[in-house]
Write a protein that binds this ligand. Structure first.
Ligand code: NAD
Length: 468
């Protein structure tokens, strides 16, 4: 039945019915390592040069944003690609007018898949300044909901003393199509532990992954070992693929039952496959042993992505102890066992300035009917990365999580069609996300230049209506 309905909706006639029902055609999102077409315009409400200096590091230039100071806003001569407003240093409610004045003309001229980026302080002193800081969040999220044609709005909070090279990876991610499904979000960027990073070993691997004619493209993970669990299909397969695109040497981990798909993926990516149930008591030791046996005694991991996950959905009143435990074991407890092993300094473990990435879910943020076990595990992942990050900052290791919303995979194909269509439509971009959207966000966390981003949970949900 679901298949028939689905075909009906995707046929030309079905699309007409969808349009008559008031369901708009979802925009095609700009994806990948692509910049906006039109110019980037920027305004600094308190006069700082952080944004232009960061753009200059990225080889980009910003034009001054037009400001609305009359009855009709000034018009840009053509479409603009992005507007970046540095709204740090605001302490009074009237100063929010500066943001309105910069955004109004820009929103009228923003191209399809354009970008609104607001840069704010991470902390404020005093009541009015604290209120103003939170107001910036409300404005940005609202703009995200008002934008059309695949454009997004996000807020970047920066701690005092951040330098352009701390912010560059985040700004580059947000401007590029890599952030296509990240909308209405905010996260904090701090100063990187540059000394630790400089002295850290960058996963010395004897044979670097062939680049397959991809010379010229950025390869921030070049020669670094990245372990991806649950890599045989879905989001995990895309994480492995995008990490390999970015130059990583990938270790693809999945259940022995998925061995065939795992081997096929690993072969195509010049990666290695490790058949492993991550709930095995010695899973961490086996990952480290695989790394040494395949890449040499001195090899260390740059990043581990805890992507493997399962659902066993039932209302809590119908959930038995087995369903409860299975989900918590795979989605949460396995990470708690594997991380300390990889962090204890052993050969084949995580290098200093390494990266740990968890995969949470919007179900863990907003709750979701029938998913008490899953929501518990995914909220637990968010709690885990927040708790681990401060302890590991001295080693330059970052710990973050993505929280995907509705992503089109085998896991979500099990959801009944009508409910699936509702999930697809109830976000600001009017569609489900693609596995590559989650993968791109994870690879931005993995980037050695993202050392200032730690303890963060970033939703990849197209600004889904549920949750924060
Ligand atoms: P999927 O079911 O398509 O793939 C999950 C993979 O994990 C499979 O290859 C499976 O074999 C593997 N796996 C399961 N248990 C394992 C174990 N014990 N050891 C090793 N591997 C194991 O799922 P997906 O949709 O690609 O989801 C990937 C991750 O993203 C999961 O953690 C999931 O909870 C999360 N997520 C997905 C969505 C979505 O909309 N698809 C939304 C939020 C979060």
């Amino acid at each position: 039945m679901a298949g028939i309905l689905e075909r009906a909706f995707s046929s030309r006639g079905g699309q007409a019915v969808a349009a008559r029902l008031g369901l708009p055609e979802p925009p095609v999102l700009r994806r990948g390592r692509t910049l906006p077409e039109g110019p980037i315009v920027a305004a600094a409400l308190a006069g700082s040069s952080l944004v232009p200096d960061t753009l200059a590091l990225l080889g980009l230039a910003a034009e001054p944003a037009l400001l609305d100071d009359g009855p009709e806003p000034p018009a840009y001569p053509g479409r603009i690609g992005a507007v970046v407003v540095d709204a740090r240093g605001l302490g009074r409610i009237e100063q929010l007018e500066g943001l309105r004045a910069a955004l109004r003309p820009a929103l009228r001229a923003l191209e399809a898949s354009g970008r609104v980026i607001v840069v704010a302080d991470a902390e404020a002193t005093g009541l009015e300044a604290s209120a103003v800081l939170q107001a910036l969040d409300g404005i940005t999220r609202t703009v995200g909901k008002e934008l059309r044609r695949g454009a997004t709005a996000n807020l970047v909070r920066v701690t005092p003393g951040v330098a352009p090279d701390d912010v560059a990876s985040t700004l580059s991610f947000l401007l590029e199509g890599r952030s296509a499904f990240v909308d209405g979000q905010s996260w904090t960027v701090s100063a990187r532990a540059a000394a630790v990073e400089a002295s850290a070993m960058a996963s010395p691997v004897a044979a670097q992954r062939p680049r397959d004619g991809r010379e010229g493209l950025p390869a921030p993970l070049d020669g670094r070992i990245v372990v991806v669990t649950g890599a045989a299909r879905g989001i995990g397969a895309q994480i492995a693929t995008v990490a390999a695109r970015d130059g990583a040497i990938v270790v693809c981990v999945d259940m022995p039952a998925a061995g065939e798909a795992l081997a096929a993926l690993a072969n195509g990516l010049h990666a290695t496959a490790l058949q492993l149930d991550i709930t095995a008591p010695d899973a961490g030791e086996r990952i480290a042993a695989h790394v040494i046996s395949r890449y040499g005694a001195g090899a260390q991991i740059h990043g581990i992505v805890h992507n493997a996950g399962i659902t066993r959905d039932k209302l809590l009143v119908n959930t038995d102890a087995q369903r409860w435990a299975q989900v918590l074991q795979v989605n949460l407890a396995a990470q708690l066992r594997i991380n300390p092993v990889l962090l204890d300094g052993r050969p084949g473990g995580l290098a200093d300035a390494g990266r740990i990435v968890g995969v949470a879910s919007t179900s863990g943020i907003a709750g979701n009917r029938g998913q008490a076990n899953y929501a518990a595990s995914k909220a637990g992942v968010a709690g885990l990365v927040r708790a681990m990050a401060p302890d590991l900052s001295g080693r330059g290791i970052t710990v973050n999580a993505v929280a995907p919303g509705f992503i089109e995979t085998d896991m979500t194909a099990k959801i009944p069609f009508v409910q699936r269509e509702v999930f697809r439509r109830t976000n600001s971009l009017g569609q489900g996300g693609q596995p590559v959207d989650v993968a791109e966000t994870i690879c931005w966390f993995l980037d050695p230049a993202s050392g200032g981003v730690s303890g963060q949970v970033v939703r990849v949900c197209g600004q889904n209506l549920v949750g924060q």
